[in-house]
Design a protein around this ligand. Structure first.
Ligand code: IPE
Ligand code: IPE
Ligand code: MG
Length: 236
């Protein structure tokens, strides 16, 4: 049973396996992405209901630009559809949306929909739903380095004065606690450039189901596994 008093404050998910889900059914990859969106909606709802404070999902990586133009366009179209269709419900459920990553490089229509969503939900106080879009952990770190280097160059800061907290404040995740639990679906056991700085003490749960098959039950199972782990943070 899952202990509602010990729900992880921040769950980050690598939603992987859409393509294989479609392939298993002899469907085009987009059918998998579509099914993946439906799974994501359920996990957002479940997170609100369980009292998770932060849900962060990996929707598009800085490496995903290597895919076919057709698939990339399809993914962003689907994103616009999701954001426009779900905005009302997200807002009614007091969900605050935030984007991690260089989303301004996305097609204009996607940027517009996302910004509308950010603006509408900015004062909400329920679940914070962080969508990693055109996100890469190395890019995140490098961007933070550049921003601090500029302050040093400008004479506002001495290199020696830089602290972990200051560095974390320059990341896309500024103000968001580090993920307690990172879940990756589809059986792959790698981070694929996700939250590299932030995952220092995260618990990892790898599940074999493909993302479109990741239900609320699977989610609760992963949280239960997390709750049975012993976190030590280097202490004894
Ligand atoms: C995850 O599913 C979704 C994105 C990366 C956008 P994939 O599309 O990576 O699915 P597989 O890994 O090919 O099965
Ligand atoms: C990670 O999945 C990125 C997202 C889920 C958005 P990928 O499918 O892109 O990762 P690799 O290529 O298997 O490492
Ligand atoms: Mg994949």
């Amino acid at each position: 049973m899952i202990d509602l008093d010990r729900i992880p404050a921040h769950v980050a998910i690598i939603m992987d396996g859409n393509g294989r889900w479609a392939q298993n059914r002899n469907l085009p990859r987009m059918a998998g992405h579509n099914a993946g969106m439906i799974a994501m909606k359920e996990i957002v709802k479940a997170s609100s209901a369980l009292g998770v404070k932060h849900l962060t999902v990996y929707a598009f990586s800085t490496e995903n630009w290597k895919r076919s133009q057709e698939e990339i366009n399809g993914i962003f179209k689907l994103l616009v559809l999701y954001v426009d269709k779900e905005l009302k419900e997200l807002h009614e459920n007091n969900v605050k949306v935030r984007i991690l990553g260089d989303y301004e490089k996305l097609p204009r229509e996607a940027v517009k929909s996302l910004e509308r969503t950010l603006k509408t939900t900015k004062d909400n106080t329920g679940l914070q739903f962080n969508i990693a879009l055109n996100y890469g952990g190395r890019f995140d770190i490098l961007r933070a380095v550049k921003s601090l280097a500029e302050k040093v160059e400008a004479g506002e800061l001495k290199a020696d004065e830089i602290t972990e907290e200051m560095f974390a404040d320059q990341l896309y995740t500024a103000g968001i606690p580090d993920p307690d639990l990172i879940i990756r679906t589809s059986g792959e056991m790698r981070l694929s450039n996700y939250l590299l700085w932030q995952c220092a003490y995260s618990e990892f749960v790898f599940v074999d189901v493909l993302w479109p098959d990741f239900t609320r039950e699977e989610y609760e199972k992963a949280i239960e596994i997390f709750q049975n782990r012993k976190r030590r943070f280097g202490g004894r």
